[in-house]
Unconditional design. Sequence first.
Lengths: 243, 51
Amino acid sequence: MSWAWFHRFASPPWVYGFATRWTPWFGGAALLVMLWALYGGLILAPPDYQQKDAFRIVYIHAPSATLSMAVYATMALAAAVGLIWRMKVAHAVAAACAPIGAWFTVATLGTGMLWGKPMWGAYWVWDPRLTSELVLLFLYFGYMGLRAGIEDPQKADKASAMLAIVGVVNLPIIHYSVTWWNSLHQKPTRLLGEADMVWAMVWPLLLMFLAFFLFFAAVVLIRLRAELLRRERSASWIREVLK
Amino acid sequence: MSEFLSMGGYGKYLWPSFVLGIGIVALNFWMALGSLSKAKQEARRRLEMLS
C-alpha cells in the first residue's frame, strides 16, 4: 500500500491549497442539507407521543452532542499524529478543532438545559451525562488555555497534545454514562434497523447529523488555513498564496 | 402561524434552542473567517517587513 497520499498531508502548502479548494464545497453542502433538515424536523416530522413538539429540540441537541465528542476525538487523534510523527500540520489541525468543539459543547449543554426544563422540571441536574459533558467543555478550555499560556509553539504543541490524549478517557464516560449509572438522560436511541423513532422523525435527524459534520469540515479547514499562516511565518509558499 | 410558533406550548423552550444552535453555527463560521482574515493581514505585514 502506498503512503504517498498520507505524506502529502504533511506538506503545509499542499494542505493550504486543499483547504482553500474544499471549503466552499463543504460549506455550501452544509447549508443546503441543514435547510432541508430544518424543514423536515420543524414542519414534516410528527410530534412525539410523549414529549409532543418539545422532542424537536433533538434536531439541534443530538448533532451538537455528537459533534462535541467527534471533534474532541479528531483533535486527540491529530495531536497524537503530531506527537508520534512530529507532523506540524497535525498539531495545526488539533489547534483548529478546539474552539469549534468547545462551541458545540456549549450548544449541547444549552439545548440540553432547554430540553431538560419541560421534561425533567429542571434546567440542570448533576446527572452523569450532563456532568461528563461539562467536563468535556473544561477539557477544551484547558487545551486552549494551555496553548495560549506557552509561548514556544513546539512546547505548546507537545503539552496541549498530551492533555488532549489524556482527555480521551472522558469520551466513553460521556457515551456510556446513561447505561453505567442511573441517569435522568434517556438511553441511546436506535435510528436504523429496529428504530425507536418513525422514519418521518429519523430522516431529518440523519440529515442534520450530515449537515453538522459538513459544517465542521468547512470551518476546521478555514481555521486550519489561519493556523498554517501563523505557524509558517516567513515560508516562501505564503507569499504565493497571498498574491 | 401562531400555532406553529407556539409548538404545542413548548415554543418558549424549542425556539431558544434553535436560535442557540443555529447562532453557534453562524458564530463559528464568522469567527473562523475573522481568524483567517487576521492571519492573512499578519502574514502580509510580516512579508512586507522582510522585503
